[in-house]
Design a protein around this ligand. Structure first.
Ligand code: MEV
Length: 443
């Protein structure tokens, strides 16, 4: 096989039309030093069952292989009195270990409590209207009724499941942009995340709005004064919200094996949360730690982690400044730690039922409803945050993190099994660094 390297040869038209092997060959020949071994390596990650591979290929386009990620489990979560083993897909060392530690710690202190504060999803029809504000406001009740009626064929099934369209509001943005209005629509999508449902309804709303304006006697003469700009769900769902919390008397916090009594621990912990409420630089890292847990469960259950992240960060900035998503209080000698987390997730539809491992994750969680999954995800985020802050205010994170990372370094240095065993033992009471591990192996 020739190894071609000119820039021209790295450009192709019709890539998507090549077979999978064709794509792989073209890429290997034009972008990799050793095409044959590249093809073999990437092919080795293909699923051994063709039908399973077809399902995976169906999720995306131009697929050439699968990208493995570790599928871990954090056991011992007690949530509202029910035990869970939580599935987590994450590549960062020590995240699953940290979640497991926090789960076990709170299990013996009553576990996690949760409350669903809302399940409303949002969609928007953005449009321009220059045919008169008063007139539009006057006919809006008729428009609203018409839009809901015209979407009935799309909403029938969701209506039967107890969901559907909750409301359509007219919002006026004309002070910021000439002629700009919005239909802000709220939905209940039951156990599905509902993106396809909401977007289909919104696109129908856009068409029905145009038809209404075109046909209605008071607006037909100025139907050219309407321009529907776009119809799309909003990933900001502040009313699809779950609270997860833990609490216990300060005395029950224990010393946690560190040189810190329970009271000092509580005070340091509370202050760490305060810092993340005050300073966006710290809040970003703090919330990243929360998303270490949240994203891992969202991914494992086949949900859309980009949507969850975008919403979480927008929620963290809802008061005008980016802040911590978690909060802490110490009142009457009781330590309380909680998070209010917007989580628009589903347990039916989308990838949740297609991805073979997502299905297993959901089974591991007892095939939860969307609300139950919201609870598990928020709890995992809180547990992750607890573990991170606990490390930060005591030992620092590097000792635990680097211990977990030690095995990665050993693999990178191609250590043999017995060397790995010896290194783990040797570094059990020493600082891990890449050079220290290399020196150890060389010695
Ligand atoms: C690392 O992935 C996450 C932390 O930085 C979170 C935090 O600082 O709170 C440890």
């Amino acid at each position: 096989m020739d190894h071609k390297t000119t820039n021209e040869q790295k450009i192709i038209s019709g890539f998507s039309k090549l077979s999978k092997v064709g794509k792989l060959k073209w890429l290997a020949e034009n972008f990799f030093k050793d095409p044959q071994s590249t093809i073999e390596e990437l092919r080795s990650y293909w699923h051994s069952d063709d039908d399973q591979q077809k399902i995976l290929d169906g999720f995306s386009e131009n697929t050439i292989s699968n990208f493995p990620m570790p599928f871990g489990v954090a056991p011992n979560f007690l949530i509202d009195g029910k035990p869970y083993a939580v599935p987590m897909v994450i590549e960062e060392s020590s995240v699953v270990a940290a979640a497991s530690m926090a789960a076990k710690y709170w299990m013996s202190r009553g576990g996690f409590k949760t409350t669903i504060l809302g399940t409303i999803k949002i969609g928007q029809v953005h449009f321009k209207w220059f045919g008169g504000k008063e007139l539009f406001i006057k006919i809006f009740p008729q428009i609203k009724a018409d839009l809901i009626q015209e979407a009935k064929s799309i909403t029938a099934n969701m209506d039967k499941r107890g969901g559907g369209i909750l409301d359509i509001e007219l919002l006026d943005f004309t002070e910021k942009e000439d002629g700009l209005y919005q239909l802000r629509c709220s939905f209940e999508t039951c156990d599905s995340m509902g993106a396809n449902f909401i977007n289909s309804v919104l696109e129908q709303f856009g068409k029905s709005l145009q038809t209404f304006i075109f046909n209605h006697p008071s607006t037909s003469a100025q139907s050219n004064q309407l321009m529907v700009i776009m119809c799309i769900l909003s990933n900001f769902t502040p009313d699809c919200l779950v609270r997860a919390e833990v609490s216990c008397p300060i005395s029950e916090l224990g010393t946690m094996g560190f040189d810190l009594d329970a009271e000092a621990f509580a005070y340091k912990f509370w202050t760490a949360i305060r810092i993340a409420e005050i300073d966006p630089y710290r809040a970003t890292t703090h919330n990243k730690g929360i998303f270490n847990g949240i994203d891992a469960v969202v991914l494992a259950t086949g949900n859309d982690f980009r949507a969850i992240e975008a919403c979480g960060h927008a929620y963290a900035a809802k008061d005008g400044q980016y802040k911590s998503l978690s909060h802490c209080s110490i009142e009457d000698d009781v330590f309380r730690f909680w998070i209010d987390m917007p989580l628009a997730v589903g347990t039916v539809g989308g990838l949740t039922n297609l991805h073979p491992i997502a299905k297993k994750s959901l089974e591991l969680l007892g095939n939860p409803t969307a609300e139950e999954l919201m609870k598990v995800i928020a709890v995992t985020g809180l547990a992750q945050n607890f573990a991170a802050i606990r490390s930060l205010i005591t030992t620092g994170i590097q000792s635990g993190h680097m211990k977990m990372h030690l095995v990665n370094i050993l693999h990178q240095l191609k250590a043999r099994d017995n060397e790995i065993e010896n290194a783990v033992e040797y570094f059990s009471d020493k600082v891990v660094s890449f050079s220290a591990v290399r020196d150890f192996l060389e010695a």
